[in-house]
Design a protein around this ligand. Sequence first.
Ligand SMILES: C[S@@+](CC[C@H](N)C(=O)[O-])C[C@H]1O[C@@H](n2cnc3c(N)ncnc32)[C@H](O)[C@@H]1O
Length: 274
Amino acid sequence: MTSHSGAPGAEPATGQISDYYGSLGPLLQMAWDDNFHFGYWEGPSDASSVQEATDRFTDLLIERLRVGPGDRVLDVGCGIGKPALRVAASTGASVVGITISRSQVEQGTARAAAEGRSDQVAFQFADGTAMPFADGSFDAILAFESINHMDRPKALAEMARVLVPGGRLVLTDVTPPPDHTYRPDEETDVVTSLVRFEDWPGLIRDAGLRLDELTDVTEHTRGTVDRLVDGILSCRRDFEAAHGISVQQVLDAAKEALPTVSGVGCLICVAQKP
Ligand SMILES: C[S@@+](CC[C@H](N)C(=O)[O-])C[C@H]1O[C@@H](n2cnc3c(N)ncnc32)[C@H](O)[C@@H]1O
């Protein structure tokens, strides 16, 4: 799901990110969920499963999209399509999901067909920082744990461009740990960059959008890392039997792209195009 960096000018190439998810995706599916994002737990005593907690997080964002039948939603960085299908099922809106991983496009497309929603939900290969859509094409945009892989100002400018006036942008971002262990200038060859919570109002303003909500949800997403490690440990044997590659190899390959900090946080940001 996440790794981080952020040296100015060191934004990852899309091919590098695509390779990263190509090797890690099947492991995430087995060890975590088809939602490639953090879980949201109500509190320390919340015993929700990973599936429940990740779907709950999707639902919190769906509420904020405020869309219904007839609306067009763009899901930027759609993973293998689980959140996009949930948006479509619960709101009746039509959804286009984009990702820079071709295997994710295939998986999302198969998922839409399996759920009988091929007319309502489509997936395509496209870069969130240079989108192949006309101005004002969408009523709302979801960017769920994906903008951390992109040049944020470029991606936000594109999102603002393809939204209709009055359209809403709902996103999550990964934030650096509060203990200042994150050193962007020491990170090279990584697939995620981090900016601080405090940087978000300026990013939104500079994109010509109006900030509606900025919420730190770190206390709710904190359980993610431990549960992911548990998931990897318990599926290790099954994964290796199914894929003929050791979990360690996958993690080593991913690690080249992983930076050195832990304890990251998470925020929800909602903005509107004036
Ligand atoms: C952590 S996953 C989140 C996936 C999905 N939103 C979810 O919640 O299940 C990040 C996603 O962003 C996509 N991504 C990364 N860089 C991108 C870019 N420049 N344009 C479009 N998608 C991108 C990745 O391919 C991946 O699908």
